[in-house]
Write a protein that binds this ligand. Structure first.
Ligand SMILES: Nc1ncnc2c1ncn2[C@@H]1O[C@H](COP(=O)(O)OP(=O)(O)OP(=O)(O)O)[C@@H](O)[C@H]1O
Ligand SMILES: [Mg+2]
Length: 495
């Protein structure tokens, strides 16, 4: 195996955290190296050190047999290392092509930007990834998944030797993911080295050749995928065996909480279902099936045209998210970076933002109560942060997600809608989130769990609704539900 890149003994400290301590990583030509570890293990930090975004405290990087030290991202890019970041960096007001070639636009020999070449080149990259848009389109018209594809196109445009993908499939549809995987296969065949970061174990076994595991910033081991089992990999990441990934508990009883009758509007058509107290209703379906739209209609972020919603025997309207909140319906967005959290604000501010009504008396915030509640929730959720004043953008993905859920629960809702709550969350933190959901479920909270993760829906739900093209295409009890049945209902086939 030809070693393209060898990272050895990297240390890196941030104020209050030792993010990396003796981190190591090899990248081989024509192979995909998975970089695995729990949230906060230091994966993104290691990649940012490699690409010159952060400077290391100790360690060596050898690239194409030479010791290197990239001063900034531009230097690493020029040397042939490109990265698709976990956070999207798309500028909405620019065209797709401008986003791809920002700062290195093609120019005519006589000066001026060669737009024709730039669009043609961009269109070629988009086609390779199966994106059916013209690169002249403004980027703000793209879905999150498509934005991610533009990031990927940008990384490909550098023709790099080493390509780092930091949770690239987080926001992709199944078709987009397939397109990405076939591009990865091409890159491998061309002899390039790929670093692939993902919390989806299935993907690791599907497309990676080797795995490197970090735990608490430390190198734990490197293995070929062929020699690993899922259980062994989890054990390497978490440091112990993780039994019972989906700790389901029985629903509280049969007391009705929510009734949705024939609701239509905003892409949703004639949806009816009910939800009991202390019950988890899973909502499955392909991306674009209208699940998020339905949730937004229910809590008031999108208009409802017809139908009725009853909560605890009272008919409710929910014309705005504020109405929804007041009625005790909280929605935790799938897009935690876009409309869930304010990344520049502290953990405390993010957590108490929606709960202000609950934390205020006579129109003034009760700061002592705010602080106490925030501390309680940080404790309860086991959120890894040095203090509640930490800027949330600096927490790892799983911890950000815990804050997003805590934020919703702080308003003491009756119905909690979780949209893809464990996307980008590591196996250990996933289980912690499930246990927390269970704790509130046992106290009577009603939960709607929208998720594309089939094992999660099957493992945690009491009943499952499947959506397709804005309608309910199937409803299953926990006992009836199987992966095949859910999938069949999602694509509109009968089994
Ligand atoms: N810019 C920063 N300032 C301060 N602390 C940081 C910064 N970036 C990362 N950290 C901290 O360093 C540690 C490692 O974070 P990192 O983002 O590398 O984890 P990760 O393995 O990529 O996690 P995830 O799977 O959630 O993406 C965490 O404790 C994080 O809070
Ligand atoms: Mg990361």
């Amino acid at each position: 195996m030809k070693n393209l890149l060898k990272i050895n003994g990297i240390d890196k400290a941030f104020p209050g955290v030792q993010a990396l301590k003796n981190a190591c990583l090899n990248v081989y030509a024509g192979r995909v190296m998975a970089l695995m570890g729990e949230n906060g293990a230091g994966k993104s930090t290691l990649m940012k050190i490699l690409t010159g975004i952060y400077q290391r405290d100790a360690g060596t990087i050898t690239y194409l047999d030479q010791a290197v030290d990239f001063a900034n991202p531009k230097a690493s890019q020029q040397a042939g290392i490109s990265i698709i970041h976990q956070e999207l960096n798309i500028l909405g007001n620019l065209s797709i092509a401008e986003n791809i070639f920002l700062g290195r636009e093609f120019t005519h020999p006589w000066g001026g930007i060669d737009w024709r070449k730039m669009f043609a080149e961009s269109d070629r990259l988009l086609a390779r990834l199966g994106v059916r848009h013209s690169s002249r389109m403004p980027a703000n018209r793209l879905s999150i998944g498509e934005r991610q594809m533009v990031e990927i196109a940008k990384a490909l445009s550098f023709e790099s030797q080493v390509i780092i993908m930091d949770e690239p499939t987080d926001a992709l549809t199944d078709t987009e993911t397939e397109a990405l995987f076939s591009v990865i296969a091409e890159l491998k065949a061309e002899g390039r080295g790929i670093v692939y970061i993902s919390h989806r174990l299935q993907e690791i076994f599907q497309i990676c050749d080797d795995v490197t595991v970090l735990r608490d910033g430390q190198f734990i081991g490197e293995q070929t995928v062929a020699n690993l089992t899922e259980d062994r990999l989890i054990e390497m990441m978490v440091g112990r065996k993780l039994e019972d990934q989906y700790p389901h508990i029985e629903p509280l009883g049969n007391e009705l909480r929510l009734t949705v009758k024939n609701v239509s509007g905003s892409g949703v058509q004639g949806v009816s279902f009910s939800l009991n107290k202390g019950e988890i209703l899973g909502v499955s379906g392909l991306m674009g099936a209208g699940r998020t739209e339905l949730m937004k209609v229910l809590y008031g972020a999108l208009p409802r045209e017809s139908g009725e919603v009853w909560l605890d025997g009272v008919k409710i309207e929910n014309r705005s998210p504020q109405d929804g909140l007041q009625n005790g319906i909280v929605y935790i967005s799938e897009d935690r970076k876009g409309d869930g959290l304010i990344l520049g604000m502290s953990v405390k501010e993010n957590m108490s933002l929606t709960a202000l009504a609950y934390l205020s008396q006579w129109g003034k915030i009760n700061h002592a109560k705010e602080q106490m509640t925030v501390v309680d929730f940080i404790d309860l959720f086991n959120i890894k942060t040095p203090s509640f004043n930490k800027i949330i953008g600096e927490l790892s993905g799983g911890n950000q997600q815990k804050v997003a859920i805590a934020k919703g629960l702080m308003t003491r809702p009756n119905v909690l809608i979780l949209d893809e709550p464990t996307r980008g969350v590591d196996v250990g933190a996933k289980k912690e989130i499930y246990q927390l959901i269970n704790k509130f479920k046992a106290e009577g909270l009603s939960i709607i769990l929208v998720s594309s993760d089939m094992p999660e829906v099957l493992g945690m739900s009491d009943r499952i609704l499947v959506m397709r093209e804005g309608r309910v295409s199937g409803e299953f009890t926990r006992q009836e539900a199987t992966q095949e049945r859910l999938l069949a209902a999602a694509i509109g086939k009968s089994v």
